[in-house]
Design a protein around this ligand. Sequence first.
Ligand code: ADP
Ligand code: ZN
Length: 731
Amino acid sequence: MADQSYFPEGQLISVLTAEPIDRFLDYKAPEGGCFEGAFVEAPLGPRKVLGVVWGPGEGRFDAAKIRRVSRVMDVAPMRGEMRDFLIRAGQYTLTPLSQMLRLATRAPGLMNPPSMRKVYRLGTGDPDRITDARTRVMQVLKDHGGAAFTLKELAEAADTGPTVVKGLVKQGVVQEIDAPRDVAFPRLDPDLGGITLSPEQAEASAALCESVDSGQYNTTLLKGVTGSGKTETYMEAIAACLRKGRQALVLLPEIALTAEFLTRVHARFGARPAEWHSGVTMTDRRRTWRMVGEGGAELVVGARSALFLPFRDLGLIIVDEEHDGSYKQEEGVLYNARDMSVLRASLCSASVILASATPSLETWSNAQSGKYNRVNLTSRFGVAEMPDMRAIDMRMEKLPASRWISPTLAKAVERRLDAGEQSLLFINRRGYAPTTVCRACGEQVGCDFCDARMVEHRFQNRLICHQCGESKPVPEACPSCEVEGKMAPVGPGVERLAEEVTERFPDARIALLSSDLFGSARALKERIESIAAGEADIIVGTQLVAKGHNFPLLTLVGVIDADLGLQGSDLRAAERTFQLMRQVAGRAGRSERRGVALLQTFQPDHPVIRAILSGDEEGFWRAECGERQQAAVPPFGRLAGIILSAEDAQQVFEFAGEMARRDGPLQAIGAQLFGPAPAPIARVRGRHRVRMLIKADKAAPLQRAIGQWTGQFRIPNAIRIAVDIDPVNFF
Ligand code: ADP
Ligand code: ZN
């Protein structure tokens, strides 16, 4: 295998490090030699850095000065396909390879020797005297025939303290041994759980399993309304993958969702999978990273960066809620995990399943053109049906100032309260009020560092900038005219809506769900479980509730401002509103009771609102596709955003102007350059931002041209430049 080229001790090798250096470095192979792909520790100046042996050395440096790699690390070498993936993903996103390697090695302590810990199992000695606690410890160890426990696990299982265990260790009754901390994850049993699928689900599952069994690259759109059993169906594809002895990866958009998902995996396969997201401890991250490489983790459930784990034999990638905006990373390496999943799978002969009730237009159109397969689940499982959807025409409703619940919606909520059913009132805006205005002079409180208005958060009792996170107390006096006591909130946020709900329905139990009110994913999960169990009558929430949670008692969804998403100027405004409204509406009536979704809108005749109400999804996508085709924008053309920023506004504008004037390489491929213009958010964290937009034909070699274009300039240190291929957001 090409993977296996071996470099004997002293031979010249080329090493890629994760340091911000724009080239490979030459070293000599260490004592004992090394293989291509090996992770090594290499001296760089006074430091030791992590690197990967990329191939034979280039020999362009003075051989006498070339240093020797310190050692080969005790982790699985990087496979050829992983190196290809990093190269291709780096080329696509115009990211230096060293930065790609950093993305692929984001586990702490990879350079440390395998860490050990003490574990306990049954020894051979006899205790000098018997106590209840001692008996329990011995019983636990006997019950688990030979299994080893950590001190904490054992003490807890025996309902006693660690000193009791330690006492037994002294007498040889319990053995204390050193074991490596990073051990394989429990095996999953593909034949354990499994439910009886409906005929439609069974057909879908058969198609997915066949794709996995082919052992070839393929991508399938799994489209089905919320509750139609997409998860149950793709679990069978995971089972098929495990049976082949290959690894599977499930990407989820929201940390909060993994808890429920892990429980389902446990029920289906008899053990929990490995996890990879920001809530995972450092030791667990390292264990997962290592075990994925060694094959000791069969299934990984994680956030987008799990795609860069060093899988040994990845056979299936599932991107659940594939339309979700959080798959696009907006900082550092600007990549879309959905698109990169397809790339990765194509390099390792894996299948991809893109699951959604409301797929992205890109995916929908790839399925239309036959590039992706498509599998549909058309009905909800059991008796649950899609809710009845209706508009509330806000032009006809009478509302007092600073109130947002229309009389029609309020009546619907009251009926649910009488029937003992739940209602959800949805508004996609965190905080109390989006704007704080001085009633004396009209001044709006803005962020000192960004061009954004500060949002009042009443629970924290502060104004917060949603752009940079800066916060300050709500001022007593106007920062501009200094008149006191005139500062007033304007517009609704979720907290303010909750206040209105409390006033209107004083006897109802109200649950407020907004991402910034929960300190941890666990706290959020517990709250959601209690709501699902019926411990609330009215749920007031943001986007957070739009995603996958199951509330069986919920029969009414009220969307406070269905027009909110339509106001944005960006390419995907219609698509996003459509998806969000469908998802929120999908929360209602997930069990026996039929649900109703009411959308408050001032534009009931807007095409997007009409498509939502009529439920003609295919019609919506076809129309939206037509619009985009006409405008030659994605997926029918290509876009790249260029964002320049600097503390000095004039400097950044002048530099951007210079770049725009010398756009020869872009012209050469027929691409158009728009801008420079101040970014919609023109200042973030004190840096002035300028955007340019490049538009090209679908087939044009966009990345190469952008590389040539930016390569013409020496970018001053004070200016930062980011290239965003296939931008999702335009801020
Ligand atoms: P989706 O992922 O499309 O939202 P799920 O797979 O989560 O749908 O299914 C919704 C609910 O219906 C879940 O509680 C699931 O366990 C249940 N369900 C779906 N299909 C079946 C089935 N064939 N038998 C029993 N329960 C099912
Ligand atoms: Zn700010």
